[in-house]
Ligand binder design. Sequence first.
Ligand code: AMP
Ligand code: MG
Length: 416
Amino acid sequence: MTEPKTLREASCADDYDPNSMPVDRARALIRTFLTPVTTVERVALRAALGRVLAADVISPIDVPGHDNSAMDGFAVRFADLAPAGETLLRRVGESFAGKPAAASVGSGECVRIFTGAVMPAGADTVVMQERAGEDAQGVRIAAGAVTKAGQNRRFAGEDLKAGQAVFAAGQLVRPAELGMMASLGIGEVPVYRRLRVAFFSTGDELKSIGTPLATGEVYDSNRYTIYGMLQRLGCDVIDLGVVPDVPEALEAAFVSAAAAADVVITSGGVSVGEADFVKPLLGKLGEVLFWKIAMKPGRPLAYGRLGAAHFFGLPGNPVSVMVTFYQFVREALLVLQGQRDVGPLPTFKLPLTTPIRKAPGRTEFQRGVLSGDPANGYTVRTTGEQGSGVLSSMSQANCFIAVSYTHLTLPTKRIV
Ligand code: AMP
Ligand code: MG
C-alpha cells in the first residue's frame, strides 16, 4: 500500500476507520506526515547535550594517539624472551602515562611501564608486573609470561582512526557522546534547531495554580505533565495557559499557537459533545482528523495540520494525556527533531503478578511497576486504581502494561 500524502487521502484510505483506529495504524499514519527540521546551529560542546547532531562527526585524530600499554609492567622485545625458563633483562628507563621514557629498548633491555603510557621505541610487548620481579641483577621475566608478540599493547588508532565517522547525523547527544567528542578535541558541533512546541489546556472548569477553587473546579495539571514531557525531550516550550470552552477564545488560541510553533498540543475538548464546536473550528483553521483510537485510556485523539504546524488534540483526562503523549506525540517529536532510528517505546513480555481485567477490542495501557533482578527474573504488577483521571497511578508506575499485545513499555525511566 502506498502511504497517503494528505490528510484528506488518509481519511479516505481503505482501511481507515476513524471510529476504531488501532494504535499502531494511527502511529504509522502520523509518521507519513512528518518532515524533520533542517535548520542547523553550531553550538559549544556542552550546549549540545540533549540536541540532535546535524552532520556526521569525523574523528580528526587517531584514538589512542600512540601505541601504549594496557597494563602496569615492563615493555620488552618479544624476541628477547626465552622460549622456556626465566629471562633476565636490564631496566633502562620508565614510561608513565603522559611522561614517555627517554630511552629506547635495545636487545636484552626493558622499560618499566604503566597503563596508558607510550610504548618506548624498540619494545613491542608488555609483560604484566605480576609475571616479573626485580632484584640487584635486573628484571626477571617468568617463563611463559607472554605468549605472543604485541601482547598487552594497545595500538594507535585502535579505537578510532583519523578520518573515521564517529557519529552519524541524527544522533542524540547524551553524556557518552559529549565525552567521546571531548576525547577527540571537538569543541563545537552542528545540531538541528530545537523544536518549538506550543500547548494549552481547554476547559471551563480549569483553574491555574494560585487561584482558589470554586465547587466543581479543578487545577489544571495537564499543562504541567505536558511541560515535563516536552522538557525531557529537549523541546522549546511555549505555554499558552488555560483557554475556556468558548469558540472565539479557542480560535484565537489555535491561531496564535500555530503561528508560534512547529507543533501545537492541546488537552481536553476532543471528546463527544465538546468536539461539536471544536471540530468545525479546526476544519476552518486547518486539516484535522478526529479518531477514536482503539485504546484505553485515550480514546479520542485529533491529529492534523494548523497552517504549517502539526496539531495533536489529546483527551482531557490527566492519565489519558500522558498515555497518548507517549504513544503518539513522543515518537513524532523525535522524528521532527531529526533523530535517526526512531521507534515506539521498547516492549518486553513479562509475567504479571496481579490479575488484569481487560475489555475486548482495545489495547489497554495500564500503569505498572516492573521489579526484579537478573538472577530471579522480572515481573510486573499494576499500580492499583486505573481510572483515567487517577494521576497517582502514573506517579507510582515505572512502566506501562500494554495489554492487548501483552507487552510492556518503559516510558518513564531514562536510560543513563
Ligand atoms: P475533557 O476531555 O475535556 O472532556 O476532559 C475530561 C476530564 O479531564 C474532565 O474531568 C476534566 O475536568 C479533566 N481535565 C481536562 N483538562 C484537564 C486539565 N488540564 N487538568 C486536569 N484535569 C483536566
Ligand atoms: Mg473539557
